[in-house]
Ligand binder design. Structure first.
Ligand code: UPG
Ligand code: MN
Length: 758
């Protein structure tokens, strides 16, 4: 498809950055950590258990830093040139786009509708696109909203394409007032009309939310009567079919709504199960070679997203046949995830320089054939199936056993594996087959979720599927365009964020202990060694809660017990330099991406809070799962439609300025157990500091005799500063205040701790 003559400029370039200064900084920090460990070993027999505990914690931190240094060593990213695509590629490949939603209350249907509209309107021939929305909530309201949205799409899509609108999610676009200067009469008329129509759509959805009369009035909703989210038959609705489309500007791509069968006693595998159903239905209907998937809140913020990804897949010179997926970073329109953005930017680029970024669950283009289980060795140079692979995959018996007992499905898999272009079909012809592949028992004893499609056995289906792909030898690519390609929402600091972090940490630990574990793959699979280390870094997030928790308690324990935590004399310099360098380094990372000092501080604090308060719970979760006592669950994160956005801009500025949040950085609390460890840490450190200011004389007298001193007191102050949201929370009321019950439990534990330490 792509013209490979080398005289033409490339569709994309891989940019590798080698920064020797940063490498030196990473190594210096590592060196300091190792000298600290050495110092502890040398003085081990003169000191007590605290010394050993500190040594163990610091060994964990050093190991993590060693992993980080390896990951960041040779960062890379891709730059694509979508404007060159048309002259180079005569026949663009088709792309199936998937959106998953699961709960009409936690995921407002108007938000899902906006994501859908942004995808339907991307800059790509409409006859090459199809959008499938999977609704695990089986909600007539979601269906109604999406159906109305698809009617509005007939106005919205041509409007976006005619005026080359930048942001194609209407709720975002219409926040900017019409600029009087640059608009023609025709444009303002169209703009006003489109805005009115969007407002009508929003109102309809809002009205329908409170009232379900319309449900009984239309036959179309019959499929939803007497259904429960966890008990209903498969629903497949071809809402809009782009019949005989030629890809012109006024066309709207196909749009199909699906909801797989659910029964109370069946495992449904949450999002991974939904994704596999999406793969099957789209395989039957359109069978595009590439599949984009986004979470329901992550709208396309850049009209060229599909074209940019295709630049990577179609560029011959960069081993495009080996690239399994193209991942865009997850960016957010609220400022609740600055720390995640920074982490993605540095670690993401680092991993991109090894074997390729980790699939993050949203904003990713996958290759259908790879999802059907192919390994890198199954392909010839030119991308066709090798004869061995053809025998292995295309035998009818094998196909049915692996992909399930549907003739149509097997046929579509064969076509996909052989890269046969799909003939233009009428989507409605496949309704029956689509119903069949949505049955609860369809996947029974097949390879779905085991080696094919999105993999089960972890609530972090993204990382789980990702390591599966890299273990089969594939690479992946990372593009981070400006403005960001997709924007979504993150919950603010509080119970929802804790819940989400716990699910991530538990899900990642599940992969560490399943058969995909990087610990096994490192030696016997086609995954690169440093790539395994990158996975190891992420999968061990949950385990890090233990040393972090201990380290937050150590300064206070030492103050109370009057024993030394940190080295004495000139050796104290090791700790001081370490802390200082780490602060400056992370601060630089934040500021060079355009974030403020305050955002850096809030993130440092949030990182401590999430490890000790949320990730900590992933440990009992995983133990209970490994013992077979309980299963892990996927609780959907609550998403809210932002109301207070205005102005325009790009990139980082666009994210923050548009979302002025007076309470940003303010932590929310409730009575859940998540907030007990944090409150306990603050109380214990306050008690130690209070004790030490009362007994200051004792402190200074003992100084130099191996007891605690100023360094331990500073350590304690630092911990309290990092847990500042908790300190504030003790004096606040309402959702910003820590409930009395949590404070009393923490106080009780703190008293025990003090008595134990004295
Ligand atoms: O049973 C379920 C549960 C969830 N979802 C969908 O999965 C997506 C992600 O769920 P969300 O609650 O937004 O989770 P987050 O923690 O915000 O998502 C991150 O983490 C998940 C793994 O834990 C990944 O699947 C996501 O892509 C990634 O953005 C949403 O579109 C949901 O509708 C389903 O379709 N079915
Ligand atoms: Mn989300």
């Amino acid at each position: 498809m792509a013209d490979s003559s080398s005289s033409l400029p490339p569709l994309c370039e891989k940019i590798s950055y080698k920064n020797y200064f940063l490498r030196a900084v990473d190594l210096t920090i590592l060196g300091l950590l190792f000298s600290l460990l050495l110092y502890r070993i040398l003085l081990m027999n003169q000191n007590n258990t605290v010394w050993v505990v500190a040594f163990l914690c610091e060994s964990c931190f050093s190991f993590v830093w060693l992993l980080i240094t390896c990951i960041k060593w040779s960062p890379a990213a891709y730059k694509s040139y979508p404007e060159r695509l048309d002259e180079r590629v005569h026949d663009l490949p088709s792309v199936d786009m998937f959106v998953t939603t699961a709960d009409p209350v936690r995921e407002p249907p108007i938000l899902v509708a906006n994501t859908l509209l942004s995808l339907l309107a991307v800059n790509y021939p409409a006859n090459k696109l199809a959008c499938y929305v999977s609704d695990d909530g089986c909600s007539p309201l979601t269906y109604f909203s999406l159906k109305e949205a698809s009617k509005f799409a007939k106005i919205w899509v041509p409007f976006c394409k005619k005026y080359n609108v930048k942001v194609r999610a209407p709720f975002r676009y219409f926040l900017n007032p019409l600029a009087a200067t640059e608009s023609s009469d025709q444009f303002s008329r169209d703009w006003e009309m489109t805005k009115r129509e969007y407002e009508k759509l929003s109102r309809k959805v809002e009205d329908a939310t409170g009232d379900s009369h319309w449900l009984d009035e239309e036959d179309d909703f019959e499929a939803f009567s007497n259904t429960k989210p966890n008990d209903h038959s498969t629903i497949v609705k071809v809402v809009w079919e782009n019949k005989g489309g030629v890809g012109d500007e006024n066309e709207v791509p196909h749009f199909v709504y699906i909801s797989r069968e659910k029964r109370p006693n069946y495992l449904h595998h949450y999002k991974a199960g939904a994704m596999n159903f999406l793969v099957r239905v789209s395989g039957l209907m359109t069978n595009a070679p590439y599949m984009l998937n986004v979470d329901c809140d992550m709208y396309a913020n850049e009209a060229d997203v599909v074209r940019q990804a295709m630049c990577i897949f179609l560029q011959k010179s960069i081993n495009s046949n080996q690239c399994a997926f193209v991942q865009y970073p997850q960016d957010f329109y609220d400022s609740n995830a600055d720390e995640l953005t920074v982490l993605q930017s540095y670690l993401g680029q680092g991993i991109a320089g090894i074997q390729g970024p980790i699939y993050a669950g949203s904003g990713c283009f996958h290759t259908r054939r790879v999802m059907y289980g192919l390994s890198i060795d199954d392909l010839e140079e030119d991308g066709t199936l090798s004869s061995v692979a053809a025998r292995k995959y295309l035998a009818e018996k094998n196909l049915e056993r692996k992909f399930g007992n549907s003739k149509e499905m097997v046929k579509s898999v064969v076509e996909a594996l052989q890269r046969k272009p799909n003939p233009q079909n009428t989507l409605a012809n496949f309704l029956e087959a689509a119903q069949e592949v949505g049955h609860c028992h369809y996947e029974y004893q097949t390879s779905w979720g085991k080696t094919i499609g999105w993999l089960y056995e972890s609530t972090a289906e993204d990382a789980n599927t990702s390591i599966g792909i890299h273990s089969r030898g594939w690479t992946s690519s990372y593009i981070s365009p400006e403005p960001p390609a997709f924007l979504g929402a993150m919950p603010p600091g509080g119970p929802d964020a804790m819940l989400q972090q716990r699910r991530w940490a538990t899900g990642l630990l599940e992969v560490l202990f399943n058969k995909q574990s990087p610990l096994i793959g490192m030696f016997c699979r086609k995954i690169r060694f440093r790539q395994s280390l990158a996975y190891l870094y992420i999968f061990t997030w949950g385990l890090r809660s233990i040393p972090e928790l201990f380290y937050c308690l150590l300064p206070s324990y030492c103050l109370l017990h009057n024993s030394a935590l940190f080295p004495k004399g000139v050796y104290l310099g090791i700790i001081v330099t370490l802390v200082g360098m780490h602060c400056l380094y992370t601060l630089w990372e934040f500021m060079s991406l355009g974030f403020s000092v305050q955002s850096w501080f809030v993130s440092q604090s949030f990182w401590r809070i999430k490890t000790t308060c949320s990730w900590l719970f992933s440990i009992p979760d995983i133990i209970l799962k490994l013992l077979g006592i309980s299963k892990t669950v996927f609780i959907v994160t609550k998403k809210t439609m932002p109301k207070t956005m205005s102005g325009s801009g790009s990139g980082k500025a666009q994210r923050e300025d548009d979302c002025p949040n007076q309470d940003s950085g303010k932590f929310e609390f409730d009575g859940s157990l998540y907030f007990l460890p944090g409150t306990f840490i603050v109380l214990v450190n306050l008690a130690a500091l209070a004790g030490c200011s009362v007994g200051l004389k004792r402190l200074s007298r003992r100084h130099g005799e191996g007891g605690s001193g100023l360094a331990e007191a500073c350590g304690s102050i630092l911990v309290v500063m990092l847990f500042l949201p908790f300190l504030k929370g003790m004096f606040e009321k309402g959702k910003y205040g820590i409930p009395l019950s949590t404070i009393s439990k923490a106080a009780f534990l703190a008293v025990l701790f003090v008595v134990f330490a004295l």
